[in-house]
Design a protein around this ligand. Structure first.
Ligand SMILES: [Zn+2]
Length: 208
């Protein structure tokens, strides 16, 4: 905690002061982020840092595995779904990025039994959202490392299908005013690849 308290002090006294006008403008005008960023909760994935964005630029969802549960309008509480709805129908973002990443613990967990511990009841259920990617990656085959990387990448692609089960997302995509993207962030190199729909491959950002 000590580190956080010191960090906050530093933020308040240096970074906030330096960017005070931006913060005041964001209060006065409200937030108008252009992008919904769906990333993993992993502590090494910091959306604002890896995209060089400022406060107000990204509306962010971070959950275990950067998964999107399919549209399911029932009486339950759905945190990811509500954030998607808010971003698409209220904030009217122009883009949604689903960003997978290397060395993802959630994806690794698909390959080991976490047990039936009731303390993990939600985690085990949530990880089902990666099972389709796991099956596909296993079909591709390769080394253990290659299978994990392919699962991380395929999972991010498959989440787009789940995104399209949301009526508001589907409508805006069909109307041509919402774009969906798949990214893959590599912790070890700081690089990002994006999925190119036409070629069906991931391409380095630097090459585009
Ligand atoms: Zn992860």
């Amino acid at each position: 905690m000590e580190k956080l308290l010191k960090g906050h002090k530093k933020f308040k006294n240096i970074k906030f002061k330096k960017n005070k006008d931006l913060y005041l403008k964001l209060v006065k005008d409200g937030q108008h982020p252009g992008t919904l960023f769906i990333g993993c909760s992993d502590s090494r994935v910091i959306p604002g840092l890896i995209t060089g964005t400022k406060p107000g630029d990204l509306f962010t969802i971070q959950n275990v595995g950067n998964f999107v549960a399919p549209y399911k309008p029932d009486e339950d509480y759905h945190s990811t779904a509500s954030a998607i709805e808010y971003a698409v129908s209220v904030l009217k973002v122009d883009d949604i990025i689903v960003c997978g990443h290397s060395h993802c613990g959630a994806i690794k967990s698909l390959y080991k039994d976490l047990g039936e511990d009731c303390d993990l009841i939600h985690t085990n259920k949530w990880l089902e959202l990666g099972s389709e990617a796991k099956k596909a990656a296993q079909l591709f085959g390769g080394t253990e490392e290659e299978i994990l990387v392919n699962t991380e990448k395929l999972s991010a692609i498959f989440q787009l299908e789940n995104l399209l089960t949301y009526p508001a997302v589907k409508k805006r995509v069909e109307d041509g005013n919402l774009n969906l993207h798949v990214w893959y962030y590599m912790i070890e190199s700081g690089e990002i690849e994006y999925y190119d729909d036409e070629s069906g491959t991931f391409i380095h950002m630097d090459e585009s």
